[in-house]
Each structure stands twice: as structure tokens, then as C-alpha cells.
Design a protein around this ligand. Sequence first.
Ligand SMILES: NC(=O)c1ccc[n+]([C@@H]2O[C@H](COP(=O)([O-])OP(=O)(O)OC[C@H]3O[C@@H](n4cnc5c(N)ncnc54)[C@H](O)[C@@H]3O)[C@@H](O)[C@H]2O)c1
Ligand SMILES: [Zn+2]
Ligand SMILES: [Zn+2]
Length: 361
Amino acid sequence: MPQQVRGVIARSQQAPVELTDIVIPDPGPGEVVVDIAACGVCHTDLTYREGGINDEFPFLLGHEAAGTVDSVGEGVESVRPGDFVILNWRAVCGRCRACRRGRPQYCFDTFNASQKMTLTDGTELTPALGIGAFADKTLVHAGQCTKVDPAADPAVAGLLGCGVMAGLGAAVNTGAVGRGDSVAVIGCGGVGDAAIAGARLAGAGTIIAVDRDTRKLDWARELGATHTVNASDSDAVAAIAELTGGFGADVVIDAVGRPETWKQAFYARDLAGTVVLVGVPTPDMRLEMPLLDFFSRGGALKSSWYGDCLPERDFPMLIDLYLQGRLPLEKFVTERITLDDVEKAFHTMHSGEVLRSVVIL
Ligand SMILES: NC(=O)c1ccc[n+]([C@@H]2O[C@H](COP(=O)([O-])OP(=O)(O)OC[C@H]3O[C@@H](n4cnc5c(N)ncnc54)[C@H](O)[C@@H]3O)[C@@H](O)[C@H]2O)c1
Ligand SMILES: [Zn+2]
Ligand SMILES: [Zn+2]
């Protein structure tokens, strides 16, 4: 029997989000219905609402979620009803050209549920990042459910489903930060702070946090920054050079995603160092730089999609480290809210008062 539950949808670019009844079909072959316990509010949800991803309105928002498996469709063996899972947007296909070359973290054909969730009048919904978890329940592909230790707080666990994994992986996977490395992170929101936590986990020596907001710099210190730079009153490139013996950092992570921050990352890096872009630019942004600088400074200029994570490999491991007290993921949960408060949370996010607001269901 299809189930009718509450969900937060965006009908158009102009209108605020709306809490309404939605219909979840029974899981078909390879599909799973998940009873959502918690879902973080991510910038990407707002980008959907603003029409910045595509115009397939209405969207069912929410994608940083954890919950319990409610029911499974035919052929699903990886999870069972009652399992505690984190939802992911990288259910690797195993068959595309990236997967076949042994690089499943780039999978170009990830799985999502094939059936559609709908409004009660039958209008099909587009779930954000193929998830749609600002809802009591949602329908996903079985590969989008990663089982983790149920001892984890769902509000904390869900954050690994997007922003925290993206930042942590940008440092650990894409940037390959190693023991003793110097690392600088520009932009210390949820993503940048997760990069800082990842750099600490990987054994980085100097970890420099750069932001324009002193509150963010305080949080960055709690998550592992050894030094902070306030970009509103000092030159980030010069400050990073000064903190690294005049040379620049081995790895610089841009967790803002603007031409000016990317340039700072580029020039704040030691010779042959690595720049990782994890912040997402908008289509209008342009970069102009001397090509010779790219050549003469060497090193690697990389982008990080979802922290180059593999959910099945990374989520259970990171949850274990958190439960052992070695990764303070609970610090990312600034406030716990209800489904009614998503629109308000978008404003709170903009004003920089939170790392993450998390909807508790
Ligand atoms: N690559 C991925 O897979 C992935 C996944 C999730 C999110 N993201 C992106 O990561 C970025 C960061 O996300 P977030 O949730 O941390 O956002 P956020 O808005 O919470 O954080 C951004 C931070 O950057 C700071 N900032 C802005 N301009 C700055 C500047 N010029 N210099 C220094 N600091 C500056 C802000 O004060 C804020 O603290 C976003 O672009 C988001 O879309 C990427
Ligand atoms: Zn693939
Ligand atoms: Zn997200």
C-alpha cells in the first residue's frame, strides 16, 4: 500500500517551501522505503529552491539524512527492515566507464529509485539529489542506503550523507592530506570545518582556517584548526605564507567556490602543492590568470565531488571513529528543528549563525 506522509516541497523559485502531504509508493525491485529520523539543511536544498540546479519543480527537498529501513523491494539483499542507514547520492553502478576503470568514486551513472514519489493529486516530485528526505519517509535505491552502527545519533550520522563527507573527503581523499602536512582551508562553514576535521584526522601538522566571520573561526578551532585568519581584515595569502615559514601550505582547500577564493588558494600554496576546490561556483563565474603561473608553480589543481567518497567504505568507518571519540561530528549540529522550520533554516544558514540546522523527525 502506498503511504501518505508529510514532506517539504518547493513548488517554484519565488515561493517559500511548503509542508504538504506526499505519496510514497511501495518499494519496487531494488528500491527501499526509509523512515527518516533526521535530515540536515544544506546549501544545495536552497539552490534547488532557487532554480539553480534545474527547473524540474516541484522538488522534494532534503538529502543529508539518516533513518531506519521501513520496507524493501524485490531483490534487495544489502539492507533489511529495521536497519539503521545513512542515505547517499553515490550508489555506484559498477558498469559505467569510471567504474570499469576502477574509479567508482567518479561513477557517472549512479542509481536512484525508478518510481516517483508524488503529491496527493499525482503530480510527480523531483527528490533533491535523488533523495528527498525532509519527509517522514522517502523512496530510494537500495545502493543509496549505507548501514552504520545504530549507536550513532541520527542527527549527526545524517550529515555524513552530504556536506560533512564532502569536506572531510576533500582533505582526506581528494587532497590526500598526510601526516605532518600543512593545510589551509578557505571558508569554514560545515564543509570547510569538515575539511579541517579531516586534516586533523589525517595527521596534518599546521591547519589554517580562513573565514570572514569570527564565529566560524572559533568553531574551526574546536574542530582542529591550529591557526585562524580573518579574511575581512587581513590578506589570506600573506597570512598563510607567514604561518608556513614563508612558503605556503602543502594543501589548500577552497570551501567557498568563488574566483577570488580559488585564486587565494592557488597563491597560498607551496610549490608543487595541491589546490582542492570543493565549494561550488555559479555558471557566471570566470577566472583570468597568467598561464605561466600554472606551469611554474607545478602541483595539482583538483575538484572534489562529494569528497571522492565511497559511502560503503567511508560512512561506517567515519561513524566508528566518531563513536570512539576520535572525530567530533556532533559539533556540526548547531540546532535541531522541525519540518515546519526549513524555510527559516535557509535564512539562518545565510546569516552564518549555524554550521548545520538539522530537522528531527
Ligand atoms: N563538492 C561537493 O560535493 C559539495 C557538497 C556539499 C556542499 N558543497 C559546497 O561547499 C560550499 C560550502 O558549503 P557550506 O555548507 O560550508 O556553506 P556555508 O555557507 O555554511 O559556508 C561558507 C563559509 O565561507 C565563508 N566565506 C564566504 N566568502 C568568503 C571569503 N571571501 N573568504 C573567506 N571566507 C568566506 C562564510 O563566512 C562561511 O563561513 C558551498 O559552495 C556548497 O555548495 C560542495
Ligand atoms: Zn558507475
Ligand atoms: Zn548537500
